[in-house]
Design a protein around this ligand. Structure first.
Ligand SMILES: Cc1cc2nc3c(=O)[nH]c(=O)nc-3n(C[C@H](O)[C@H](O)[C@H](O)COP(=O)(O)O)c2cc1C
Length: 210
């Protein structure tokens, strides 16, 4: 636990990455696996995650992210792209996966499928999009945590034009939209913000014990 909290104190929202340092294939796989293992409501994972290292695409994304240097200096950009609406086929695909993975009959999952449909597909479309984006943010949390464990730097980011991101990445036609992003890599020695003290609510202020 001490190490874990030490890692969380070590991490910070990295402003300047060392562009010469790239994440190894093994570490990148571990980060992706942590994202894959994220919890999500009903286990639906109503999102896809783009992992971008193409320099030209990163340049375009930087322009659409108010020129924030992390977009090009980082090793990879993770784009958490959530479903713009919950379609029946997504729930069916998930049910098939459950049936195959656990060796149960698809027919026995009908009640579960109907419950998910009732809770999500009945929402107005904009609320469906809010719900799917919330699930993507949980996956972001898993990524940040795993990165800290592996001593990989990361910056969670909302400072970008979502419509432009969607256009550059061709997300709309896939029924997806950018929910949130994170850049990953290794901090530059010149990033002075790594020396900033963490600013957080005190334990007494943050927690309400009942
Ligand atoms: C959802 C989200 C969006 C953020 N967007 C940006 C961003 O666009 N650019 C940036 O430099 N930092 C961004 N941050 C980093 C926060 O400012 C930072 O996490 C916060 O100040 C706490 O500091 P720490 O993470 O360094 O401990 C974002 C953080 C989160 C969680």
């Amino acid at each position: 636990m001490k190490t874990h909290l030490g890692n969380l104190n070590w991490r910070y929202a990295t402003k300047r990455f060392d562009e010469n340092k790239k994440i190894s294939a093994e570490d990148l796989s571990a980060l992706k696996e942590a994202v894959r293992l994220s919890a999500s409501s009903y286990g639906l994972q109503p999102y896809h995650v783009l992992v971008i290292e193409n320099e030209k695409v990163k340049e375009q994304l930087r322009e659409a992210a108010y020129n924030q240097p992390q977009l090009t200096e980082s090793s990879q950009v993770f784009v958490f792209a959530s479903y713009t609406e919950v379609k029946e086929e997504y729930i069916q695909d998930y049910m098939k996966n459950v049936a195959e993975t656990r060796g149960v009959d698809l027919a026995d999952l009908e009640g579960y499928a109907n419950m998910i449909k009732g809770a999500s597909m009945t929402l107005p479309q904009d609320q469906q999009a809010v719900w799917t984006a919330k699930q993507a943010y949980i996956a972001l949390g898993f990524l940040l945590n795993a990165a800290a464990t592996l001593k990989i730097d990361a910056c969670p980011m909302e400072g970008y034009n979502g419509e432009e991101f969607d256009k550059i990445l061709g997300l709309k036609e896939k029924g997806l939209t950018t929910a949130v992003i994170a850049t990953v890599g290794y901090r530059s020695e010149e990033d002075a913000t790594q020396n900033n003290k963490k600013v957080r609510k005190s334990t007494e202020d943050l927690f309400i014990n009942i």
